[in-house]
Design a protein around this ligand. Structure first.
Ligand SMILES: NC(=O)C1=CN([C@@H]2O[C@H](COP(=O)(O)OP(=O)(O)OC[C@H]3O[C@@H](n4cnc5c(N)ncnc54)[C@H](OP(=O)(O)O)[C@@H]3O)[C@@H](O)[C@H]2O)[C@@H](O)CC1
Ligand SMILES: Nc1ncnc2c1ncn2[C@@H]1O[C@H](COP(=O)(O)OP(=O)(O)O)[C@@H](O)[C@H]1O
Ligand SMILES: [K+]
Length: 486
């Protein structure tokens, strides 16, 4: 089941729904216990707890309360804990008392050479960047110190994932009950994310939607899991043949840029069974790499397909516009990428009002061409807005890929590494997503599943060293095998 990522307000609604547990502080005790356990686990794995040193940076709200209660628990285990209170008169009174009784010390700055620092400056109540006093404290933290953020790294916006400057960069983020949007949108800033069960309804009823109510058109952010994707991935059945599984047509590449055609068709061949057609002037090169691709130079000669991919390395001249016009006039799903997006930017009417599914796959530069302005810091709002205005599904590329449907549903994927930031990687993505579209997956699923498999393949191919797009392509089949039969 896709994982939901909630806004700060939705998290507060979920917390309020527990009634007494919130009012009597049980939730906070569970949350702080979770934080302490993570820190203990980390110390235990690297030599044990006794005599180790932990610093706590404490803000004015309940996030600081969590940190202080966690600090009390750590102090009782023989750890030397020092807390810096950023707003001493506002620090959570009960937590401060517990911290002092357990033997925790207060300081005006953090000791040097700490094993762990706990960021309890702000959580979902935070606004804007770290304030100067907090920034000064974190500036003195050594790179070898493990930074554990309570709920969110402070300075990261809970709803948009915008990483303000300065902000805390965490190695581990411990959160409570349900994931916040920033845990996906600012994944690299959060480090490893640990979700602690604090007894919110959503934890127990197996339904992450319990806490959520959405008005029509409101953004609803989710992440597909490997299990979701494996369940949806097209696998041929006993009565399938090459046609029944969906034929994808790829219009890509040129004499000048044959590589895009080879990468896109190669990915389409690897991603699903069935059949791949190719239209374009790189047909000889495509067949030389993949003899199973059925190639023709002209669109008018192409046989039937169930979805089109158009654009990678395909040019932006009048002929390219005509081909784009022709495929978008069909009632087939169409994936528009690369050069075709540049052409489309001048002719948005070709997509707006189209009844059949359309998947646009821009990187940030192409996105700016489509909308006339940069993506901006709030990528989620930007991609959801374009999808809504154009009535299309939009996949915005990057380390965090966001795929937005016109109704406000957005699937996000953190690639987990950035090895895919290499020329031609987008051509591979287009082939994967196109073949999934041809197999009948809705565009948001085709885009999100392709992005996740693409990211896994990049990581597998790289395993610690740089890759080119051909390496990513070669890793696709083993990656899909691993996904389907883990
Ligand atoms: N509800 C529950 O049951 C549970 C809640 N839980 C925990 O509570 C957290 C939410 O607590 P919260 O609502 O008190 O807000 P919180 O994130 O501590 O920050 C607000 C304070 O920070 C300040 N401030 C704002 N921006 C700032 C900045 N940039 N830099 C510095 N300071 C800044 C601002 O004060 P100001 O200085 O502006 O007066 C404001 O008072 C949540 O994330 C989770 O950890 C868990 O225990 C589970 C159960
Ligand atoms: N920093 C990054 N981390 C992870 N993946 C990335 C990063 N930057 C780009 N990618 C992925 O690599 C691919 C690049 O696509 P694109 O920019 O169209 O490249 P090209 O046009 O050269 O094929 C996309 O799938 C994108 O999501
Ligand atoms: K925090």
């Amino acid at each position: 089941m896709p994982v939901s990522l909630l806004t700060a307000e939705q998290v507060r609604v979920a917390e309020r729904s527990t009634g007494e547990l919130l009012a009597n502080g049980t939730l906070m005790r569970r949350a702080s216990h979770g934080v302490a356990q993570v820190v203990v686990g980390r110390l235990a794995a690297t030599g044990g707890c006794y005599g180790r040193t932990v610093g706590i940076v404490v803000g004015a709200g309940d996030n600081g309360g969590d940190a202080l209660f966690a600090g009390a628990e750590l102090a009782r285990r023989g750890i030397r804990v020092t807390a810096v209170l950023l707003a001493p008169d506002k620090a959570h009174p009960k937590a401060l008392l517990a911290f002092g009784s357990a033997g925790g010390r207060l300081g005006t700055e953090l000791p040097r050479g700490l094993d762990v620092v706990i960021d309890g400056v702000v959580g979902i109540g935070g606004r804007g960047p770290l304030r100067p006093t907090a920034a000064k404290v974190f500036a003195g933290v050594a790179p070898s110190t493990v930074v554990v953020a309570v709920d969110l790294p402070s300075g990261v916006d809970a709803d948009t994932g915008v990483v303000h400057d300065p902000a805390v960069r965490a190695d581990i983020t411990v959160t409570f009950g349900v994931r916040r949007r920033a845990h996906l949108l600012a994944g690299p800033q959060c480090g490893r994310i640990v979700v602690v069960d604090i007894g919110l309804p959503a934890d127990h009823e197996g339904d992450p939607d319990v806490a959520e109510e959405y008005a029509p058109g409101e953004i609803r952010l989710q992440a597909l899991t490997d299990a979701d994707i494996a369940a949806a991935w097209p696998v041929p059945g006993a009565h399938d043949d090459k046609y029944t599984q969906g034929v994808v047509g790829v219009i890509a590449g040129s004499h000048r840029y044959p590589g895009a055609a080879i990468l896109s068709t190669g990915a389409a061949v690897a991603a699903t069974s069935g059949m791949v057609r190719y239209v374009g002037s790189a047909h000889a090169e495509v067949v030389a790499h993949r003899p199973e691709v059925v190639v023709v130079p002209e669109l008018s000669e192409a046989g039937r397909v169930q979805a089109w991919v158009i654009g990678p390395g395909a040019g932006t001249d009048d002929a390219a516009l005509e081909r784009l016009r022709t495929v978008l006039a069909t009632d087939l799903p169409v994936l528009v990428d690369a050069d075709a997006l540049t052409v489309l930017a001048a002719h948005p009417d070709l997509v707006i009002g189209r009844d059949a599914p359309t998947l646009l796959t821009p990187h940030a530069g192409e996105f700016a061409r489509l909308t006339g302005e940069p993506v901006g810091a709030d990528r989620l709002a930007a991609v959801a807005d374009l999808a809504k205005r154009w009535g299309a599904t939009v996949l915005l590329k990057g380390r965090i890929t966001l795929v937005a449907q016109a109704d406000g549903t957005v699937y996000g994927n953190d690639a987990g590494s950035s090895w895919a930031a290499t020329a031609g990687a987008g051509d591979v993505l287009s082939g994967i997503a196109g073949s999934l579209l041809a197999a009948g997956l809705p565009p948001i699923w085709a885009g999100a599943a392709a992005a996740r498999v693409h990211a896994h393949a990049a990581r597998n191919a790289a395993s610690g060293a740089p890759i080119g797009a051909s390496d990513l392509l070669a890793a696709l089949r083993p990656t899909i095998r691993e996904l389907l039969a883990p």
